[in-house]
Design a protein around this ligand. Structure first.
Ligand SMILES: *[C@@H]1O[C@H](CO)[C@@H](O)[C@H](O)[C@H]1NC(C)=O
Ligand SMILES: *[C@@H]1O[C@H](CO)[C@@H](O)[C@H](O)[C@H]1NC(C)=O
Length: 644
């Protein structure tokens, strides 16, 4: 059993504390409900009333209503304070939970019969802790705790289906643990390592996809004549007018995020460089180890190296000679998720609103044999000016509160001046593995009709990157279409997040002028939901790996698109730094303006099929397949350079 279970095993073994009677407040309202019902786990029994739970009450941050306004003030081109990013301290001070919030929650707990001496306030003031019996907790938050067992491994975990808090306290509570946050994956690390297609966090999926029906390419393309079949660095430079050599590499920073055991092979990088960028042979990324992250070489093959090789080969190749920071996250035993790298770039996030979620994130230090002993990587790194991440999970696999908490953190990174890029998914309007949702928003084994958007890309404070292709038979001088070979660009509308102002005109225009042939059963068609992706880039590249006999492999995915866009933003930042300016930070408010949209190649063909439908269709202007289009760097750079 992994940490999650160990923690509870410890808690459950503790003898019951004498439980004073707890009274339940009358005005309870449901605060959170489980996102997804357990599938491979069997409900075994009610948890004993006397067992002790380490209850943690995550407190709401102050000034949350100001997040968007503050972010816009430094990232909207028409804002007089554009580019004047906030300091980390300003951000922590602005959002720490207020004294009022702390007192209101304490008052609720003590009024209900929990003695004040049992309550502990975390150092960050982000959460209140109390060891409570199951009986106390069940009364307090109107929940029923059950034990769930995984039949094949015997692993156990506990949880409740939903829980409630008093109506007047709701605004002060972000989330409560342990409650509805259910670990769906099976917690046996050794098994997981052997299953080559799975990663420790099975919620998180990764591209790219390998094209199954072609043999590896025999020759290295030397010119632009075969760009429709094999994208090279030169094809990308021609497509997006990339013609700039960085000069500010001492100051500029570009981070590529990878989750262990995904790892790059230096020999693969070198072979790629030897063919496409000879001066870079021997160049390696700067490894930033987050929570025991290692560039492992024990397991190799496409599933272990494909993503990392690809991300680094294209990021290095397009931004040469910019050094690349490799944010290698998670140890070999437990792995990690998005919150873990956010902890690394923001110490206050480590404990914020209750800290990491054991059902989604790696918990560090890792007490499992061979795991990373810690300390957890909190605030070990200044966020790079650009981070590119080609991983995602289904939005439906997390709770709204979890997604919101993480999304707010992305806004803070934007306020600090970081561009956060996420790939938009490779399954069109469907979720990972082509799964769609049933009428209750639950993953349907088959025949689900509701579209299943990706997360974190639906967070309005990240930049979502979709995938395009050079249509077969076309050249770099012809318009690209949405990617329709092997993968389909993830795109659509969030079921959690509202449409941000910056995209209102573009999204409304799409829905009005090109109404999709779907109803509210398929997607949130209210016209006020966040649409994604924001922009796109070619998603059909090839990667060179000597581990498969030194041959090229064609790979497909928005995985390819995100580092390509990241490279272009990095070049823009370089030019701005050279001109005595700061990085661009959050780019969405800029790229949706009319002025900036003119710097994009609008993609008007192709779609993102899924869930038994053709999906949305790329069309004039923004669309939920390719966003505002692909960048033309020679037009985009001067626009960003002209901003303060
Ligand atoms: C659609 O999205 C909006 C904005 O997020 C939300 O207020 C509304 O409840 C959603 N509608 C449905 C049916 O989920
Ligand atoms: C990109 O912009 C340049 C002008 O700066 C133009 O010459 C070129 O044709 C554009 N590329 C595309 C694909 O539109």
């Amino acid at each position: 059993m992994r940490l999650f279970s160990l923690t509870w095993a410890f808690a459950l073994a503790t003898l019951a504390i004498a439980a004073p009677s707890i009274t339940r407040r009358s005005n309870l309202v449901v605060h959170e409900k489980r996102a997804q019902e357990p599938r491979d786990w069997v409900l075994t029994r009610r948890l004993e009333p006397s067992a002790v739970l380490p209850m943690r009450f995550g407190l709401t941050q102050s000034n949350l209503h100001k997040v968007e306004e503050m972010l816009m003030s430094v990232s909207h081109p028409s804002s007089p304070t554009y580019g004047q990013h906030f300091t980390a301290k300003e951000i922590v001070d602005t959002f720490a939970p207020s004294t009022d919030t702390i007192e209101r929650v304490v008052e609720w707990l003590t009024d209900s019969g929990i003695d004040r001496s049992r309550l502990k306030l975390s150092k960050s003031k982000g959460w209140i802790e109390v060891d409570a019996t199951v009986e106390e907790a069940e009364t307090l938050i109107n929940a029923e705790y059950h034990v769930y067992t995984h039949p094949e491994t015997g692993a156990q975990q506990i949880g409740c289906h939903s829980y409630s808090v008093p109506e007047d306290i709701r605004e002060h509570i972000d989330l409560i643990k342990p409650t509805v946050h259910f670990l769906h994956r099976v917690p046996t690390p050794n098994q997981l390592r052997k299953r080559s297609f799975e990663r420790p966090s099975t919620h998180i999926k990764q591209g790219p996809k390998l094209k199954a029906d072609t043999s590896p390419l025999a020759t290295v393309p030397q010119d632009l004549s075969t760009c429709d079949e094999e994208i090279t660095l030169d094809c990308l430079r021609a497509l997006y007018s990339i013609d700039y050599t960085p000069v500010s590499t001492d100051t500029n920073t570009f981070g590529i995020l990878e989750f262990t055991p995904q790892a790059f092979l230096q020999s693969d990088l070198d072979m790629f460089f030897a063919n496409f960028s000879p001066s870079q042979v021997g160049t390696a990324p700067i490894l930033i180890s987050i929570d025991g992250g290692v560039d492992q070489t024990d397991d190799t093959g496409f599933d272990f190296n494909g993503e990392s090789d690809l991300d680094l080969q294209y990021a290095f190749g397009l931004t040469n000679p910019q050094p690349i920071l490799l944010l290698q996250t998670g140890d070999l035993v437990e792995g990690a998720s998005f919150d873990n790298w956010l902890d690394a770039v923001d110490a206050s996030f480590c404990t914020f609103e209750g800290g990491d979620d054991p059902t989604q994130d790696g918990i560090y230090p890792d007490p499992l044999p061979g795991g990373f002993n810690g300390p957890a990587s909190c605030g070990i790194l200044t966020p790079p000016f650009v981070t590119s991440t080609s991983y995602g999970q289904d939005e439906a696999s997390v709770t709204a509160a979890y997604a919101q908490r993480q999304c707010t953190e992305y806004a803070k990174l934007g306020m600090l001046g970081t561009t956060v890029l996420y790939s938009s998914g490779d399954d069109g309007v469907a979720g990972g593995g082509g799964v769609c949702l049933d009428g209750n928003g639950q993953p349907a084994r088959r025949g689900g009709v509701q579209f299943n958007p990706d997360f974190p890309v639906t967070c309005p404070f990240v930049t979502g990157v979709g995938a395009t292709q050079i249509n077969p038979g076309s050249t770099v001088n012809d318009p690209e279409g949405a990617c329709e070979q092997v993968i389909f660009s993830g795109g659509g509308f969030s079921n959690f997040f509202e449409m941000p102002d910056y995209q209102a005109t573009a999204v409304t225009s799409f829905l009005t002028n090109h109404p999709p042939p779907f109803t509210g059963e398929q997607f949130n068609n209210s016209g006020v939901a966040r649409g994604f992706p924001d922009l796109s880039a070619n998603g059909l590249v090839h990667v060179l790996r000597c581990s498969v006999a030194g041959e090229f492999e064609l790979v497909f995915g928005t995985s390819c698109s995100s580092p390509v866009v990241g490279s272009m933003i990095t070049l823009i930042n370089d030019a701005r730094i050279a001109a005595g300016k700061g990085p661009v930070g959050f780019i969405n408010p800029a790229i949706y303006t009319d002025e900036f949209q003119a710097a994009f190649n609008d993609i008007t063909t192709g779609g993102n099929q899924g869930c038994g439908t053709p999906g949305f269709t790329a069309t004039e202007g923004w669309d939920p397949v390719t966003g505002v289009g692909t960048p033309n760097l020679s037009k985009l750079m001067p626009l960003f350079l002209a901003l303060p």
